[in-house]
Design a binder for this molecule. Structure first.
Ligand code: 3PG
Length: 202
């Protein structure tokens, strides 16, 4: 699925935190206008699930997923609300089993070789490398490339405008995620044009 989506979307996954539910649709529209279509809406605020449903129904072109999923219950809730992909910051047997039963695009969060192995054994060859900068960044991803040649990563955590392209240049990186494309100041000022401009540049 990721390959299919990436044929028509930039390999960037903004990590979105919705504080005001009214922001969800204009923010998603601003990103989609800039070609950034894979949108990870986190469950870090109580508006996450509503935001997913609204974006799914009101923003053509958006591919909306759920992030910061830490339990099977949250995964099921988000899928019922329309999430098209699921991202978790780490793995647990419960999360891996729930995602396996679902069978859709799930990015398990990994930071170590053992976690890469566990997620791969559960059938997931696309994984989120988190927290990327703190867990070894580009050097760690290069080290993963040898033993895990069949696994591709979406590094997230501590990545920004200055270095996201260095990550994207790696063969085992299929997309890069983070909050730099949705700065809190631009959202609170409702400066959607600034967000589109950044998305276009990204
Ligand atoms: C995530 O959940 O992926 C990260 O918290 C995003 O990290 P960033 O804010 O450093 O981009």
């Amino acid at each position: 699925m990721w390959d299919l989506w990436l044929d028509r979307a930039k390999p960037l996954v903004p990590v979105i935190v919705i504080d005001d539910p009214e922001d969800a649709v204009p923010l998603a529209q601003a990103l989609v206008q800039g070609g950034v279509r894979l949108l990870e809406v986190t469950l870090r605020t109580r508006h996450g699930l509503d935001a997913i449903t609204r974006i799914k129904h009101e923003v053509p072109g958006a591919i909306v997923g759920v992030g910061t999923v830490t339990s099977a219950e949250q995964m099921e809730d988000a899928l019922n609300r329309g999430a098209e992909f699921v991202v978790s910051p780490g793995i647990s047997p419960e999360l891996l089993e729930c995602a396996r039963r679902w069978g859709g695009p799930y990015l398990p969060g990994v930071a170590t070789p053992s976690e890469v192995l566990q997620a791969r054994a559960a059938g997931f060859k696309y994984q989120k490398f988190f927290p990327a900068a703190a867990a070894g960044g580009i050097d760690m991803l290069k080290a993963f490339a040898g033993p895990f040649a069949d696994v591709k990563f979406c590094p997230t955590g501590g990545i920004g405008q200055k270095n996201y392209q260095d990550y994207l240049a790696l063969n085992n990186v299929f997309a890069v995620g983070g909050s730099w494309l949705t700065p809190a100041e631009a959202i609170s000022a409702r400066n959607w044009q600034a967000i589109t401009t950044m998305a276009i540049a990204g």
